[in-house]
Design a protein around this ligand. Structure first.
Ligand code: GLN
Length: 254
């Protein structure tokens, strides 16, 4: 078994330590004896999403997002086709924003997105910065519990947000989670949604990086990628005691 991961624009979207998500996925494969290969894809790089199992699209500053828009737009058709075929994708913050129709910056510049999901992002009047505690939607919580039985049925999501953009999801497009009252701004600080979930596409505003403290989401991504290959989706359990302790500490639980 081999899982192929593509990390988009790691040289540009590298401001918030989101590469830790790729390191987590690779470690959780290695600890299970699953081969994992990493392809770094930046501007001008040849890349076929059809040859990938999991795509990671991290966050970055407005400037870097502007630099990559032209290269990104050229990748939309192949990505759209692969996502429709069940390609697994995790997009964080700026990466989430670029999945939609556009991102309008505080300076009024409008960066075209991939238009892969029915969402858009426009800068708000202040940045949303701080710890986030959220509850996964029931569907994703149940899928994560199946994928990672060792995570003691975690149904929550924890992380750190730092974004000026406000993301609005189209009708019928569910969030990944819902922020707890007073525990983070989420997509727009208004509707309580955090991130987005569409088929095997997961978007979130949570840095941290996200996956080390959310092992159930890491294993869900791996499980979905294996299932898409026609492999057994049940992953051998790992000792996630420290990961769960870190997760619960962020929740305010001991
Ligand atoms: N530049 C975008 C914003 O400020 C995304 C930030 C990020 O990726 N953390 O909203």
């Amino acid at each position: 078994m081999t899982i192929r991961i593509a990390h988009l624009y790691p040289d540009l979207l590298n401001l918030y330590g989101d590469r830790g998500n790729v390191m987590t996925l690779m470690a959780r494969c290695r600890w299970r004896g699953i081969d994992c290969v990493l392809e770094r894809v930046s501007i001008g790089a040849a890349w076929d999403p059809a040859d990938t199992d999991i795509v990671f699209f991290g966050g970055g500053s407005d400037r870097e997002q502007g630099i990559l828009t032209r290269d990104l737009s050229g990748r939309a058709p192949a990505l759209r086709s692969a996502l429709a075929d069940g390609l697994v994708l995790l997009a964080v913050c700026g990466g989430l924003q670029m999945l939609g129709s556009h991102y309008r910056t505080p300076a009024g510049e409008e960066y075209p997105g991939l238009s892969l999901l029915d969402l858009y992002t426009e800068a708000g009047d202040k940045r949303l910065i701080g710890d986030v505690r959220a509850d996964l939607t029931p569907e994703t919580a149940a899928a994560a519990a199946r994928a990672c039985p060792g995570a003691e049925g975690l149904t929550t999501l924890v992380g750190f947000e730092n974004h000026g953009g406000r993301t609005w999801l189209g009708p019928g497009l569910p969030p990944l989670a819902r922020t707890r009252p007073g525990a983070g701004g989420g997509n727009n600080g208004r509707d309580g949604g955090e991130g987005v979930r569409w088929r095997n596409v997961f978007g979130t505003y949570l840095h941290g990086p996200l996956l080390p403290k959310n092992p159930h989401i890491a294993d869900l991504l791996l499980s979905l990628a294996l299932a898409r290959q026609g492999q057994p989706a049940e992953l051998p359990p790992l000792d996630d005691a420290e990961e769960i302790m870190a997760h619960k500490a962020r929740l305010g639980k001991r």
